[in-house]
Design a binder for this molecule. Structure first.
Ligand code: ADP
Ligand code: MG
Length: 139
């Protein structure tokens, strides 16, 4: 079933010039970018995006990281896009991520881990709407 997911190429990966490699991996896996932009998120934009993690000990550090520089946000569309993107990304901790995954290739540690991907249809819907109005999504 074709579905959509939200991906973010995080500020660490943008700084490392890994944007092209990561987008190429999406396309090669059949995940088509149908919306894309570069944004420098403010602290409050990140806090709203990661509101589910507000109680976590790493929340403050995560918000500082995500607002530290520009990021690329994308909507990816394809069969089983949510699960497929999570597989492409690899585990949250790059040290535990599968060989061949994006986080294995570009992540430094459990925080600076290069990419974000929605984890369920409900979060995908919220996250896509958080960054993109319908008229900026092309399918
Ligand atoms: P994922 O991005 O794999 O869905 P989570 O939703 O659990 O992982 O966490 C959101 C983000 O918060 C992670 O991608 C990572 O950047 C950061 N993070 C997660 N766990 C930790 C941790 N223990 N210490 C520092 N940062 C973390
Ligand atoms: Mg998550």
């Amino acid at each position: 079933m074709s579905e959509r997911t939200l991906a973010i190429i995080k500020p660490d990966a943008v700084k490392k010039n890994a944007v092209g490699d990561i987008i190429n991996r999406y396309e090669q896996a059949g995940l088509k970018p149908v919306a894309i932009k570069m944004i420098h998120m403010s602290q409050s934009v990140v806090e709203g995006f990661y509101a589910v993690h507000k109680a976590r000990p790493f929340f403050g550090s995560l918000c500082a990281f995500m607002s530290s520089g520009p990021a690329v946000v994308l909507v990816l569309q394809g069969d089983n896009a949510i699960k497929k993107n999570r597989e492409l990304m690899g585990a949250t901790d790059p040290a535990k991520a599968d060989a061949g995954s994006i986080r294995k290739a570009h992540g430094a540690n459990i925080e600076f881990n290069a990419v974000h991907g929605s984890d369920s249809p409900e979060t995908a819907q919220f996250e896509i709407g958080y960054f993109f109005p319908g008229m900026e999504i092309f399918s």
